[in-house]
Design a protein around this ligand. Structure first.
Ligand SMILES: O=C(O)[C@H](CS(=O)(=O)O)OP(=O)(O)O
Ligand SMILES: [Mg+2]
Length: 229
């Protein structure tokens, strides 16, 4: 197996490998927790305006997302995994837009190859879903200032596991706790999101992007989770 870690913010060209989108703080932590709290699906949306337009057409949808970490005014939710953990989202469809992770998702969906979304929340399920693939690209969402050590810590853990190395997950969790990204969350007043991002394997499903929606792989009846719409 070939495993590459790629800066999804800077890279412009992607191949047809299986892609795993990583955004530990916080989109690919929040999204699996939305599904853990029984959401039906998450619809990624590029812009705030588009989100409001889709909400107007689908009043039952919930709105979620942020810009630069701050919840968008009049949205039902921001991008806080610790807030989502306390919610019952049974049967709900959530519109979701975020500063980094969703931006990169819209970039990579233009290329062939299955797209998974992963974090500590569904680490083992992701590993089991892709461990036999020929080529895997672990796509780091990064941030505007180019500093997202939390994403690289997780990407390196997943890469090590895929390459057959023994992985001590607790060590990686402690690296996250000591990361620049964790300090940033504390400064933002979102310290609770650090431990929420470290609920390892609380969600037991691989999560894929398919035909405009983010869903558990098991919801994809029989088809390959092709990223192309
Ligand atoms: O909401 C987040 O934590 C980040 C924005 S920032 O890094 O806090 O400015 O968005 P995400 O798309 O989850 O990286
Ligand atoms: Mg992030």
């Amino acid at each position: 197996m070939i495993v590459n870690v790629i800066d999804g913010r800077r890279e412009k060209n992607f191949d047809d490998s299986t892609k795993v989108l990583i955004d530990i703080f916080r989109a690919t932590t929040t999204i699996p927790l939305m599904l853990y709290r029984n959401a039906k699906s998450i619809i990624p949306v590029r812009t705030i305006t588009e989100t409001r337009k889709m909400k107007a057409k689908n009043p039952d949808y919930l709105t979620s997302g942020e810009r630069y970490g701050v919840r968008i005014p009049r949205f039902n939710y921001g991008n806080s995994p610790s807030v989502i953990m306390g919610e019952d989202l049974s049967g709900k469809t959530l519109l979701f837009t975020s500063t980094n992770g969703i931006k990169v998702l819209f970039k990579i969906r233009e290329f062939p190859g299955d797209i998974y979304l992963s974090s500590f929340i569904n680490f083992t399920a992701t590993y089991n879903a892709i461990k036999d693939r020929e080529k895997v690209s672990i796509i780091v969402s990064n941030r505007p200032d180019g500093i997202s050590d939390e994403d690289y810590i997780y990407a390196n853990m997943l890469k090590a596991k895929l390459e057959g190395e023994e992985v001590n997950v607790d060590d990686y969790c402690n690296q996250i706790r000591a990361s620049h990204g964790a300090k940033r969350l504390k400064i933002m007043g979102a310290a609770a999101d650090i431990e929420s991002s470290l609920k390892v394997d609380i969600y037991h499903e691989p999560i894929i992007y398919s035909n405009g929606k983010i869903i558990p792989l098991t919801k994809l009846s029989g088809k390959s989770p092709s990223a192309s719409e």
